[in-house]
Design a protein around this ligand. Structure first.
Ligand SMILES: [Zn+2]
Length: 81
């Protein structure tokens, strides 16, 4: 899904409703902007890294803590094992 958009005077861009809905992006969500080496601008949903190891794969939220499955498993074993 690709849409053509022009930047505003402040260089802002609005994500079209259908794309936002498709990606479940909502007002207030954070995104990461990356300038790729080939000149592309990449916009990705911002993912908080795991608070314990810094990983970014399969992050889950537990209250206000972001945690990866590996650290969650280690924590479970420490606390309950
Ligand atoms: Zn982790």
């Amino acid at each position: 899904m690709t849409k053509y958009k022009k930047l505003s005077k402040g260089r802002s861009v609005t994500i079209p409703k259908d794309i936002a809905a498709h990606l479940n992006l909502n007002a207030g969500d954070a995104v990461d902007l990356t300038a790729a080496g080939n000149g592309d601008l990449i916009i990705r949903r911002h993912l908080e890294p795991c608070r314990f190891c810094g990983g970014t794969e399969n992050i889950k939220r537990f209250g206000d803590i972001s945690i990866c499955p590996l650290c969650a498993t280690k924590m479970y074993q420490e606390v309950c094992g």
